[in-house]
Design a protein around this ligand. Sequence first.
Ligand code: DX5
Ligand code: ZN
Length: 219
Amino acid sequence: MTKISPSILAADFANFGAAVELLEKAGADYVHCDVMDGVFVPNISFGMSTIAALDKRTSLPLDVHLMITDPGRYVAEFAAAGADIITVHAEACTHLHRTLQQIHACGKLAGVSLNPATPPDVLTYVMDQVDLILCMSVNPGFGGQKFIPSTLDKLRTVRAMIEQSGRDILLEVDGGVGPANYAEIVAAGANLLVAGSAVFTAPDPAKVIATMRGEICRA
Ligand code: DX5
Ligand code: ZN
């Protein structure tokens, strides 16, 4: 079953409470929280106090995507704030293995994200430490960008690595995902879809979520 993690980066920043309420009603599986530091990516979004505020307002699990340099410095704080999944970028960690251990030591699920240009081999020696692999399908930093087609190939490769590991690892895709392309993304092996603009600009977000979960057949 495909799970959906809508990104509140596309919601009204002055009204995240209403956004998570909408997502609960619309049948979202997670809330995707894009944390950006203006260094690892050329944009600044929000930090751990926003995660703590969201945690008070929703029972949906918080899928926290850290687009920050040296994320190990803040893992404990994001865990304490209420993150359920903490995903770090392989490119942002000098000691990726240690950072994943830190996330587990906080009792949270650990994810590794790969930029579009990063080859999947960086995952080889951490497969036993990951609960989630996030393939970026746009260059991180901004919502509303176009899906990069070479992601499909990478998804197939990572799916094969997951099968070989024999572990239950979520395969997430983030950027430019929506009702028009979700089917080929799922066919390539993804089982967790992030969607920002596709959900929050839709007249009927519940329908978009149900479609991408495979609950509504495309006309
Ligand atoms: C990009 C973020 C994404 C983004 C997705 O850096 O990681 O989560 O919000 O937005 P859409 O779905 O609009 O491409
Ligand atoms: Zn994201």
